[in-house]
Design a binder for this molecule. Structure first.
Ligand code: NAD
Length: 314
């Protein structure tokens, strides 16, 4: 598939990241944006980022930074972007009306072999593809930020997405070195946010209920569970945690799991819990002052780079 054309709609944070991932694998990438200056800015930033990664020794793929940069170009028209593309990765802002309008435009331009994947973090594909003629060629391919270091991509089909389209997108993601997971049907929040929000809700309850400080609640993940989860998931962890595997684990701990789970209480609506929010915001600010957020984000990126290198060696 390398050498084929990929179209990226929206050249903001995620569009740029996808462009780099596709170019690293040898695809020809065209970037389109409603705001033409965004494309120019993206091309400049991508080139300098590729050179920065090469200097650090963390550039992906076999080609040099300059060769990868040469694979990425700008495109001034949506029609031109779609023509001859094997895959369109949509990366426009998270606004349903905006996505609906764009998909309506794409629907009349799409060639029969072209797949359109949305980077959306929240919208199930049926919300904006239901009325479209070419809806069988559309699905969600949701990355995690920063996609250059986090390989997970959630593939979410609408009820009418063709199965071969899902499989072809899965294969495409594998050629990038990403690690796709396929949801068999669409579900609100996909898989990542459902799991992430379950954790966030319980951490919220523990801090709000006065059981843990923010720093300690976060340490439970960063110094404990997260270390395991960087290597294996919750189910494999459970499978390993009883002498005879998961069934044995449930026989031994199922009663306790049910009892603890029954004690969680209602799901919080964080917007209405001012006292807890004020308390959590104050402690988060002590942990990382708002002015230090950019440095902390950079540290996280550096950490993820090292972790992904380590994981590739395992
Ligand atoms: P962004 O605001 O950085 O970039 C969006 C770009 O789309 C802008 O350059 C804008 O000019 C352009 N745009 C707006 N309307 C357009 C249109 N009709 N046609 C072409 N271009 C248009 O947004 P982002 O953070 O890159 O997010 C893009 C998508 O990726 C969203 O759906 C978001 O939910 C998803 N996503 C974001 C993250 C993240 O951490 N930012 C992570 C995973 C997924």
């Amino acid at each position: 598939m390398s050498g084929q054309k990929i179209g990226i709609v929206g050249s903001g944070l995620i569009g740029r990241a996808w462009a780099m991932l596709f170019a690293a694998a040898g695809y020809r990438v065209e970037l389109y944006d409603l705001v033409a200056s965004q494309v120019d800015a993206a091309l400049v930033e991508i080139r300098s980022e590729l050179h920065r990664l090469a200097a650090k020794g963390t550039l992906r793929g076999q080609r040099s930074a300059e060769e990868q940069s040469a694979l990425i170009s700008g495109c001034g028209q949506l029609e031109q972007l779609v023509a001859g593309a094997m895959h369109i990765q949509e990366c426009v802002p998270e606004q349903l009306a905006l996505k609906r309008t764009l998909y309506g435009q794409l629907d009349v331009l799409l060639e029969p072999h072209t797949v359109v994947a949305s980077s959306t973090s929240t919208f199930m594909p049926s919300l904006y593809t239901a009325e479209l003629k070419q809806r069988a060629q559309m699905l969600v391919a949701h990355p995690l930020n920063p996609p250059y270091y986090i390989p997970l991509v959630e593939l979410v089909p609408a009820p009418w997405t063709d199965q071969p389209v899902v499989e072809r997108t899965r294969q495409l993601m594998l050629t990038l070195g990403q690690r796709p997971v396929v949801l068999k049907r669409e579900v609100q929040g996909f898989a990542t946010n459902r799991i992430q929000y379950a954790i966030l809700n319980e951490v919220w309850r523990l801090v709000g209920g006065g059981v843990l400080s923010v720093a300690d609640a976060d340490r439970v993940l960063s110094e404990g569970l997260g270390l395991r989860y960087a290597l294996m998931g919750a189910l494999e962890t459970a499978h390993l945690n009883a002498p005879d595997g998961i069934a044995d684990y449930v026989a031994r701990f199922g009663g306790e799991i049910a009892a603890v789970s029954a004690s969680y209480g209602p799901t919080p609506d964080m917007r209405g819990e001012w006292e807890t929010l004020t308390q959590i915001a104050r402690q988060c600010d002590e942990l990382v002052p708002l002015t230090a957020l950019p440095q902390r984000r950079a540290a996280r990126e550096e950490f993820l780079t090292r972790l992904s290198t380590l994981k590739r060696q395992l």
